[in-house]
Design a protein around this ligand. Structure first.
Ligand code: GLU
Length: 488
């Protein structure tokens, strides 16, 4: 017997940016497909007409691609089961709506939204679960015709079977049971003819031959409705895997309050896609080892739903920053330079032309800065010190350093050494202190610190040898002059 090929999908609603949680769902689906040798499909669920937009769809697709998540079938890729936007599939849904209506498993409901809301309000007041009580469940054909003649619009509701236990077999959450009596007949087609998510998703997953539905926990409560539809339509029910919520550090659902929640907020701050992927996978999945750094292809080998936790994951920005820092330092300097330049240009530190002309110099800056970077935008603050001929003292500690009595003499000697040097390079930076120490007897902190502060205004930060080499002769002389004239 040949084993069934797994097929999974990511089905974002194009109602905003790609959320961190959505990106994780996409990633888990992608990894599951890769790990099992299956297929991964992406489709767009745009049934919420008021909130869906083309821009959102574009951003979601762009960000998925940026993360390196590729799909075998679906939006932008094509395949045998298109179209891949719900609202372009309305004709395909009709057959199944007709089937349900003919079999009496769905019915037209003429209750107005006001009536339904009043009913829900009443139920809430009585502490009951708000649900439709079935007023239009048993309308005769004549009544239906009469309502239609009166020009009343209708929705189509699914007739929920009574007294049924609906069992969700969930790969992450185990067996979860729902009573059908608590569900209430739900709308599957709105009065304007648009399908409702719960209906479209079932037809789409069936027609697209989805075997496993991996999605966010918030959809668990939709699953009983969907299972009832699968049963009513005679479709095979897929395996479900509802992945736990992502919480902020205060253990409430991750939201704007907790900082950046969209993938593009991270890309625009200079997080690397592979770092985001690495971080996201650890939000809910854990490897068998203590290891924490994984490439996408390693994850394709390792990922399994068995190691996806039922407990909520906590979004720890410090951990993301740590992971991103690891990737920044491990990446090719050339790539990190390419990615850092737009930040330097944006901040007005260099122009694009200068970035090309002084490429080697810019690479040196990036190389000196990256041990201290958690994300690339931080290059602006770190690299600032390499621009300009004046010096701004960072804090009181720096000002204090320049007050020592020997500083003026020391800086003058240093300035001479810089002027006399054949070339100001790494070698010079490495030897100049020994020479000055010999000549003046000043050593240790008393030697390094005033020079560091005079050149950079900072007591801590980028390595002094890097500062010397990157500033070069002219800038160092200009700065020492500035300090001698203005600050000591
Ligand atoms: N369109 C839904 C969402 O964006 C996904 C539904 C599903 O995966 O079944 O949350």
């Amino acid at each position: 017997m040949t084993q069934k090929v797994e097929k999974v999908r990511f089905a974002p609603s194009p109602t905003g940016y790609l959320h961190i949680g959505g990106a994780r769902t996409a990633l888990f689906n992608y990894l599951y497909a890769k790990h099992t040798g299956g297929k991964f499909l992406v489709r767009i669920e745009d049934t919420d007409l008021a909130r869906s937009s083309k821009e959102s769809e574009e951003v979601i697709i762009r960000d998925l691609r940026w993360l390196g998540i590729q799909w075998d079938e679906g939006i932008g890729v094509g395949g045998d089961h298109g179209p891949y936007r719900s609202m372009e599939r309305v004709d395909l849904y009709q057959k199944f709506i007709d089937q349900l209506l003919i079999e009496g498993k769905a019915y037209h409901c003429f209750c107005t939204e006001e009536e339904s809301e009043a009913q829900r309000e009443q139920q809430r007041a009585l502490g009951e679960m708000p649900r439709y009580m079935g007023k239009c469940r048993c309308l005769s054909q004549e009544q239906i015709e009469e309502y239609k003649n009166q020009g009343r619009t209708s929705v189509i509701r699914f007739r929920v079977p009574e007294d049924q236990m609906i069992v969700v077999q969930d790969k992450v959450r185990g067996t979860v049971e729902f009573e059908s009596n608590g569900v209430g007949d739900f709308i599957i087609v709105k009065s304007d003819g648009a399908p409702v998510y719960n209906f479209a998703v079932v037809v789409d997953d069936h027609l697209m031959e989805i075997t496993t539905v991996i999605r966010a926990e918030e959809h668990l409560s939709n699953t009983p409705r969907q299972i009832l539809l699968y049963e009513a339509l005679g479709f095979a029910i897929p395996i479900f895997a509802h992945v736990s919520l992502i919480l902020g550090e205060d253990r409430t659902k991750m939201s704007k309050r907790h900082g950046s929640t969209h993938v593009d907020q991270y890309s625009s701050k200079g997080y690397l896609p592979e770092a985001i992927v690495n971080f996201l996978v650890l939000l809910g999945w854990s490897p068998e080892t203590e290891e924490e750094i994984f490439t996408l292809s390693q994850l394709e080998q390792l990922f399994s739903l068995d190691r996806v936790s039922k407990n909520p994951a906590v979004f720890d920005i410090k951990k993301l920053n740590w992971i991103n820092g690891q990737y920044i330092r491990a990446a090719e300097l050339e790539r990190i330079t390419d990615l850092s330049i737009p930040f330097l240009v944006d901040a007005g530190l260099i122009t694009e032309e200068e970035a090309v002309q002084k490429r080697v110099w810019v690479e040196k800056i990036v190389s000196a800065a990256r041990p201290r970077m958690e994300y690339l935008r931080q290059i602006i603050d770190i690299a600032k010190l390499f621009f300009g001929d004046t010096v701004e003292l960072e804090d009181e500690e720096a000002a204090e350093v320049l007050k020592a009595e020997h500083v003026r003499g020391l800086l003058t000697v240093f300035r001479d050494k810089v002027s006399e040097a054949e070339e100001v390079n790494t070698e010079f930076a490495g030897s100049v202190f020994k020479i000055i120490q010999k000549q003046t007897g000043i050593k240790g902190k008393n030697l390094f610190m005033p020079i560091r502060v005079a050149l950079s205004g900072q007591c801590h930060g980028v390595e002094l040898v890097d500062i010397i080499e990157i500033l070069g002769r002219e800038k160092m002389n200009a700065r020492i002059d500035y300090v001698l004239n203005n600050l000591v």
